[in-house]
Design a protein around this ligand. Structure first.
Ligand code: PLP
Length: 398
């Protein structure tokens, strides 16, 4: 009889967002007339920008004519897409060649797939609170996981701990869920740590487009030494509204080697075996994000989300609630008032004012008592939600 991957049985019973959606479903059934205000799941609310839509339409037309029709594309990405990303990095002063760029169907897919490159014995280090997929991917792969807790004392950022014997280091900046960002010096510590011990950093840069401050690197490849220890995983989901369209890219420097093997070449081998690439139409749409017009348009959209963050932060400031994130990141991570647990605060906001957020407990034990607000919602509804939070908490405190 076949043996299954029994590591699936070690996964936690239900995924955070499943629990939340069940609670929302039950609330809706009991209160069908109430409007809900979503500051929970990190999905965008604004459509693709014009430059992308035009490129998608034109790519569809290409597929309708014999002369422009495209069949299979190179598995690692269409040359025009890899070049667009390479130019984007070069324009930021980071030397990345098109061959170091791989198209993906999104960061989630890539985070799950890329750990194929590492032996099962390699041990993962995950800073918590963390995006849940890092843990689940590592559990499914049967990897030993070191959990490194972070807290308010370090603004939810972690520094390398030499006593932790990790091979694969997950870093996410700007962070989901905390909105925390590493500066150059802090990332350099991680790069030195990884190079010293021969570890690899999986750098999740899904939210790089939200960075405003010059003191915050957009890419780990801006750090000296990163090209010998880091893989960068990026997504167009939040940058350009591709959550439903699906496209991302991964940077694997050509000088990244371990055990006498070149990791870029290994990933080429992996992709050419396990995928037939990403759709021509979608890559055309993605390349349009990196045109001047596309960049201008996506940053107009990001401004709307950033304004949502300002609206929410203003209310938290008025209420004297501790939080981090919100700046350089689309998430606000707050301490639940009155020492409530994240799940209690979730129920309280849902039942009293119909505002939905995400309990910190869903991102690891040290997230307990914290709460995540996402800023991707409709701006009018975010204003109403912020007012409702202000009225509810100030009434509770008086
Ligand atoms: N990485 C982080 C930190 C995320 O928050 C998300 C999505 O929310 C992803 C990766 C997945 O992005 P994608 O939509 O590209 O799969």
């Amino acid at each position: 009889m076949i043996n299954l991957n029994m590591h699936y049985s070690e996964l936690k019973d239900s995924y955070l967002f499943y629990n939340i959606s069940e609670k929302i479903k039950a609330y809706r059934q009991a209160n069908p007339d109430k409007e809900l205000y979503h500051l929970g799941i990190g999905d965008v609310s604004l459509p693709l920008c014009d430059a992308v839509i035009k490129a998608l339409h034109s790519a569809v037309d290409d597929q309708s004519r014999k002369e422009t029709f495209q069949g299979y594309l190179p598995e690692c990405g269409a040359p025009f897409f890899r070049k667009a990303i390479s130019d984007f990095y070069v324009n930021k002063g980071i030397d990345i060649k098109p061959e170091e760029v791989f198209a993906s169907s999104g960061a989630s897919n890539e985070l799950g797939d890329i750990i194929d490159l590492f032996d099962q014995s390699s041990k993962a280090l995950i800073m918590e609170p963390a995006y849940p997929a890092y843990i689940d991917d590592s559990v499914i792969a049967g990897r030993k996981i070191f959990h490194q807790d972070t807290g308010r004392d370090t603004m939810f950022l972690a520094s390398p701990d030499k006593s932790i014997d990790a091979d694969l280091i997950y870093l996410c900046s700007p962070n989901n869920p905390t909105g925390a960002v590493y500066n150059y010096e802090q990332l350099k510590e991680w790069v030195d740590f990884a190079n010293d011990r021969g570890a690899i950093i999986l750098f999740d840069a899904a939210y790089e487009a939200f960075i405003e401050d010059d003191s915050i690197p957009h890419s780990i490849m801006q750090i000296d030494g990163a090209k010998t220890c880091a893989i960068e995983i990026c997504s167009l989901s939040k940058t350009a509204g591709f959550t439903g369209t699906r496209l991302g890219y991964t940077i694997i420097p050509s000088e990244l080697n371990r055990n006498g093997m070149n990791i870029n070449s290994m990933w080429v081998r992996n992709r050419t075996t396990k995928t037939n690439g990403v759709s021509y139409i979608i890559q055309k749409g993605g390349a349009a994000v990196f045109t001047d017009e596309g960049q201008k348009e996506i940053h107009e959209i990001l401004k709307v989300y950033k304004n949502n963050a300002k609206v929410l932060m203003k209310v938290l400031d008025e209420l004297g609630i501790w939080y981090c994130g919100g700046k350089n990141a689309p998430y606000i991570w707050l301490k639940c008032p009155g020492n409530m647990s994240g799940w209690d605060f979730f129920d309280y906001l849902l039942n009293e004012i119909q505002v939905i957020g995400t309990p910190g407990e869903g991102f690891g034990k040290c997230g307990s008592g914290y709460f995540r607000l996402a800023t991707f919602g409709d701006s009018k509804k975010t204003i109403i939600a912020a007012e409702r939070i202000r009225d509810l908490i100030s009434k509770k405190e008086n």
